[in-house]
Design a protein around this ligand. Structure first.
Ligand SMILES: [Zn+2]
Length: 266
């Protein structure tokens, strides 16, 4: 230690060691009140401090990345969803703009507990949009959990209470595919418990569903009604029209194929 600290130093006019690179002090004088004799204490010169701060910042960044990776593994049950991010959006679905705005205004969203309900037909990209929101918030260090309604409707009686309570820890809860869950009394009770707990926690919820908002409002089934009423109270419905997206992809593929064939014929 002593040797290291004396490397690349020189003794200045004040008798203290200085760094020969940045010319700031490597020593500090301390009076010794007991023996009346002063002694010298090693201090970091500017370049040592800069190196130390850089190392600290890198360590913090590494720890943050590790936390984000852990949170992402908890959030999704399928690895392919790790890659569902806004950057990959082709701009053809207007609901995506709303999803981006949701993330951009997250502090307000959180404070006001604003939820969303993405609804639209099968294959329109509702799950994709919800996962994009999840990934963007995970990147910011937020805790997000994405589950299927089928999954939460199947919680065993034994795990139910603890599981439902654990869901309050997440900054955002996303429940995918409302309407696909079983409709047994037990399953509906589980779904209600989860949705109701979220309501009580005052934290935002995002739901995706093939049903439309009118369909949810008009249900006459009592078990469904109390779930849907909560969801409609918490989540702003956003229609997802993915048809144009698919059509565009097909068209783009067709255009690329056409280009390839035409090139081949030259
Ligand atoms: Zn230095």
């Amino acid at each position: 230690m002593d040797k290291d600290f004396k490397d690349n130093t020189y003794v200045g006019e004040d008798g203290l060691r200085y760094c020969s690179l940045c010319h700031t002090k490597r020593e500090h004088r301390l009076p010794n009140p007991i023996f009346g004799k002063e002694y010298k204490l090693h201090v970091m010169c500017d370049c040592e401090r800069a190196a130390y701060e850089k190392e600290q910042a890198e360590r913090k960044a590494r720890e943050f990345d590790e936390m984000v990776s852990r949170n992402r593994m908890v959030c999704f049950h399928e690895k392919k969803m790790y890659g569902w991010i806004f950057d990959k959006d082709d701009g053809s679905v207007p609901a995506m703009a709303k999803a981006k705005a949701y993330v951009e205004h997250w502090d307000e969203v959180k404070a006001k507990s604003i939820g969303l309900m993405f609804f639209g037909g099968v294959g329109t990209g509702k799950t994709f949009i919800a996962a994009c929101i999840a990934n963007a918030l995970l990147d910011q260090g937020k805790k997000v959990l994405m589950k299927d309604f089928t999954e939460i409707s199947n919680i065993s009686v034994f795990d139910s209470d603890e599981y439902v309570r654990s869901l309050s820890e997440y900054d955002l809860l996303i429940l995918d595919d409302l309407g696909a869950e079983r409709t047994s009394e037990f399953a509906m009770q589980n779904v209600f418990n989860v949705v109701n707990r979220r309501w009580e926690s005052g934290k935002p919820l995002i739901v995706t569903t093939n049903k439309d908002a009118e369909e949810l409002r008009k249900t006459t089934d009592l078990a469904e009604k109390r779930i849907y009423d909560r969801i409609l109270a918490m989540c702003t419905p956003i229609f997802v029209d993915g048809f144009s997206k698919r059509k565009d992809i097909v068209k783009n593929n067709y255009d690329s194929l056409k280009t390839i064939f035409e090139r081949g014929n030259q």
